[in-house]
Design a protein around this ligand. Structure first.
Ligand SMILES: [Zn+2]
Length: 188
C-alpha cells in the first residue's frame, strides 16, 4: 500500500466514524490468529493520550492496522520517535500522522505556563516551539495545529531513519486535527 492509499483508508474510516457507521471489522479471533506471526500496519499515528481521542475508533480500524503511539500533547520525544522508527524500519509502514485535537489539555497547560513538576515540565517543553511560532493571542486550538505541524518536522529532524525514508519518497509525514465535537479528522 502506498502512503496515498493509506491516507485514503484513514479518510474512509473516519467518515464511517463521523456518521455512526463503524464497521468494526478485523477485531475477532480469526483476525487475532492471522496476526500472531507478525504485523503490517499501514499507518503510524502519533496521538495524544486523551481518552476522547482514540485513533482505532476515529479511523474505524481493527487489529494490526494502526501502529499507535500515544503521549500527552502528541509530542516528538526520544521514546515516541524510537517507537515510530521501529515501525518504519521493521514493519514497512509508509504513512505517519501526527494527530492533535481540539481542547488538548497538554497544550492548554503549556500555554498556561507555571511549574508543573519535573516530568510534566519536560513534556510541556516540547510544546514551547509551537507557542513561540503561534501568533500572539492565538487560541489553544491554533497552538494545537501548530504543534502538530511542527512535530512532523521534529520527527524528520531528529531521526535519520525517518528522514531517510521521507527523502527517498517511501514515507510521508502529515499533521491532522481531531474535532472533539464532530469526530472529524482534518488533515492539515
Ligand atoms: Zn491532548
Amino acid at each position: 500500500m502506498t502512503h496515498q492509499e493509506s491516507l485514503e483508508r484513514l479518510k474512509e474510516g473516519n467518515a464511517r466514524y463521523v456518521n455512526d457507521q463503524l464497521n468494526g471489522k478485523l477485531q475477532d479471533s480469526s483476525r487475532r490468529d492471522s496476526l500472531i506471526g507478525g504485523q503490517e500496519p499501514y499507518a503510524i499515528i502519533l496521538g495524544c493520550a486523551d481518552s476522547r481521542v482514540v485513533p482505532e475508533l476515529a479511523f474505524d480500524t481493527g487489529l494490526g492496522e494502526l501502529f499507535t503511539v500515544r503521549v500527552a500533547g502528541n509530542v516528538a520525544n526520544t521514546s515516541s520517535i524510537a517507537s515510530i522508527e521501529y515501525a518504519i524500519a521493521h514493519l514497512g509502514t509508509k504513512l505517519i500522522v501526527v494527530l492533535g485535537h481540539q481542547n488538548c489539555g497538554a497544550v492548554t497547560a503549556a500555554v498556561a505556563g507555571g511549574d508543573n513538576g519535573y516530568n510534566l515540565n519536560h513534556l510541556l517543553g516540547h510544546i514551547a516551539p509551537a507557542m513561540a511560532a503561534s501568533k500572539e493571542g492565538a487560541s489553544i486550538n491554533e497552538v494545537v495545529k501548530k504543534n502538530a505541524e511542527l512535530t512532523t518536522i521534529e520527527l524528520i529532524n531528529r531521526s535519520s531513519i525517518i528522514k531517510n525514508a521521507v527523502d527517498s519518497g517511501k514515507v510521508k509525514v502529515i499533521s491532522a486535527y481531531y474535532n472533539l465535537d464532530s469526530g472529524k479528522v482534518d488533515f492539515l
